[in-house]
Design a protein around this ligand. Sequence first.
Ligand code: NDP
Ligand SMILES: O=C1OC[C@@H](O)[C@H](O)[C@H]1O
Length: 391
Amino acid sequence: MSILSRTWTSSHPPTAPKSTNPPPVRFGILGAANIAPSALILPARSCPEAEVTVVGARSLEKAQEFAKKNGVAKAVQGYEAVLSDPEVDAVYNPLPNGLHYEWTMKALQAGKHVLLEKPATNTAAESERIFALAKEKNLVVLEAFHYQFHPSAQRLKEIINSGELGGVQKITATLTAPGGFIKPDDIRFQYALGGGSTMDPGCYLTSMSRFVTGREPDSVLSASPVFQNKEQEPQIDRKMEFTLSFPALPAEVEGPTADCLCDLSTPWWGPFGLIPPMPDMSVRVQCERGEATLSNFVMPSFFHGITVSGPAGSRTERVYGWGKEGVEKGWKGESWWTTYRYQLQAFVDKVQGRVPQHWISGEDTVGNMRCVDMVYEKSGLGVRPESAFKL
Ligand SMILES: NC(=O)C1=CN([C@@H]2O[C@H](COP(=O)(O)OP(=O)(O)OC[C@H]3O[C@@H](n4cnc5c(N)ncnc54)[C@H](OP(=O)(O)O)[C@@H]3O)[C@@H](O)[C@H]2O)C=CC1
Ligand SMILES: O=C1OC[C@@H](O)[C@H](O)[C@H]1O
């Protein structure tokens, strides 16, 4: 499929008839968030096992406008109304990071499964409490690290795990966005709402570094913030450069390191700042006998490449679906499926008792939040504020 038809089909997916036995998982959305159409509403359209039944927003008018625009049948005022809706089996929580904990805990108390936006919470301790409650209630919670569900990220990990390139020595992970797209009053720049560059693009880099190494970092060697507006928000990083250090395996002399760079607003350059910087969403894995780089790991369904150079020479792989082996295993997917569509399939499979193709466990989520906490502690900015919500 060409890039044009792939992009067109992912943004205009076919409408699948809904399953009857079992019936689809019915989703309620908390907030008329910008990300909700891409992350859930469009993916649900082509997913027989998912249906979006209701959206709730702080103002009823906003919820109604969002519902009309996105084809959601019901709009309600407030998030409690979503949680008490008997036509909701699972909640999608794309609230500001600082509200993830409170509303995920309330959703679990209300007996709903939760698809929870990244980063799961403000602190590792909050994530631990969420997964303890989910276990007690026998409910599913998934932190929406959508990139991991796409075949391209899994192929990168498979190449590393195959041993073709030898042990991992150094990771370079970057996620930057050109300045001007994220406005100064965005949730990402508000400490009280769990903002910060490390919380937003940065949490992908901690996640990706841990995903590729399969290890938890034992320390953060350095973490240098650039502030968005130091006077107004002295704990908000617009940009963070940090280096993680991972423990060595028994056969290794030294463990790998990960150099990470996240920036919510990369300055434009050239004469009078007229030239926008290209977004960088790449991960490079340098190993004993070669290296592999995955470009655009956040939106790979649009376009990506895995460039591998090692003892067998150099090659570029593009992975838009499962290979023969995956298809034989019954894994679902189409070349136009976005990361979010793959993620939704895994979520509904888990909720309906099937084995998902991939999963992110509670331990994994807690490990990632611990890593984000460690970066903030090393930077001197301090971890994000714990929620005042008590169960
Ligand atoms: N997986 C991915 O690719 C992406 C994930 N995200 C994550 O999704 C979440 C939302 O991001 P995004 O959609 O960009 O954010 P938005 O600002 O568009 O949405 C946040 C929603 O939170 C609600 N809200 C509740 N309280 C507040 C408050 N005090 N201030 C502001 N908003 C409030 C608003 O809902 P209401 O409608 O009720 O007013 C709003 O719609 C974040 O956790 C972010 O990290 C974001 C982008 C991409
Ligand atoms: O989840 C996200 O994906 C890409 C980022 O640039 C964005 O700010 C973030 O919220």
